[in-house]
Ligand binder design. Structure first.
Ligand SMILES: CC(=O)N[C@@H]([C@@H](O)[C@H](O)[C@H](O)CO)[C@@H](O)CC(=O)C(=O)O
Length: 299
């Protein structure tokens, strides 16, 4: 019988939301205060992965970047605005805008639908973007699935004089080490895998950009200080705690939507839900991760 009478539906029904979730600029100011005062975070990287940039319109990204820059003035050391889009024109428009609003730097990820066919092609894409904001420090947002970083950065300063470093979101320590050993002293490599930052610090990264720093920022600052003073036992202890939290979350299902909910719960601010196709985190999952957080990092 091709048409069974009974069907068992085991999936949770998807929420039917016809209108996209709107951005809420009013929470940015209070969120900056929370990051600074409660997490000891003094630099922000906005409109990246955690900020769901790829789900936002160019206009929305401009409004968000503007508000971050305005509210962070005098409070944060740096606001780096990620401006990468699938379209070169949109990326250029956002880069130009970031310069107008006096962001401290821009970062660009490689387009991921029509992927650049070689490092040379990607370098040309980045060069075209950088030329629209030539005075802004420029960071390449490296996600290894798109292209190798080392072939890309070799000689890049000749075509992008404003090049200042890489946001490195790969786990290959050989690739990372070669990137760090290549770069001049005025560039930075910012590491993007929170659960293995300590390994990257040993390799020589200069900083870290990560989603979990929204709520473990204060602990990561202690990890970095412990590393810098040579207290590896303490640095490892903190790193292992972060690993415990992340692996617990991954087992339950960890994505940008879950992160967003954790930011809500742990900041105490109403930052709202994510936008489709990122799904809102089920309440039970957020609660379980929050309880785990509280047990790993008691007040
Ligand atoms: C793929 C991804 O979202 N990576 C995160 C990490 O912080 C990641 O969530 C964390 O290491 C847990 O795996 C960040 O690198 C993303 C990030 O910094 C950004 O918002 O641009």
């Amino acid at each position: 019988n091709p048409c069974p009478k009974k069907q068992v539906i085991t999936r949770d029904p998807l929420p039917l939301k016809l209108k996209p979730i709107e951005i809420n600029l009013s929470v940015i100011g209070p969120y900056i205060d929370y990051l600074k005062e409660k997490q000891g975070v003094n630099n922000v990287f906005v409109n990246g992965t955690t900020g769901e940039s790829m789900s936002l319109s160019v206009e929305e990204r401009k409004l968000l970047a503007e508000e971050w820059c305005r509210k962070a003035k005098g409070k944060m050391d740096q606001v780096i605005v990620h401006v990468g889009c699938l379209s070169l024109k949109d990326t250029q428009e956002l880069a130009h805008h970031a310069a107008q609003i006096e962001a401290d730097g821009i970062a660009v990820i490689a387009p991921s639908f029509f992927k650049p066919s070689s490092a040379d092609v990607l370098r040309t894409f980045l060069q075209e973007v950088a030329s629209t904001a030539p005075t802004l420090p420029f960071y390449y947002y490296h996600v290894p699935s798109v292209t190798g970083v080392n072939e890309l950065i070799e000689g890049i300063e000749k075509v992008i004089p404003s090049f200042r470093g890489v946001k490195f979101s790969g786990s290959d320590l050989m690739d990372l080490g070669q990137c760090i050993s290549y770069i001049p002293p005025h560039w930075s490599v910012l590491y993007g895998i929170d659960e293995q930052l300590l390994g990257a610090l040993v390799m020589g990264v200069h900083g870290a950009v990560g989603s979990t720093y929204n709520y473990v920022g204060c602990h990561v600052n202690k990890l970095i200080s412990a590393f810098e003073t040579g207290d590896l036992v303490q640095a490892r202890t903190i790193q292992f705690k972060i690993q415990e939290l992340v692996s617990f979350a991954i087992k339950l299902g960890f994505d940008v939507g879950v992160n967003k909910q954790l930011m809500n719960e742990l900041s105490g601010l109403d930052l709202g839900p994510p936008r489709l196709p990122v799904m809102t985190c089920p309440a039970a999952r957020a609660l379980a991760i929050k309880q785990k957080y509280d047990s790993i990092f008691p007040e």
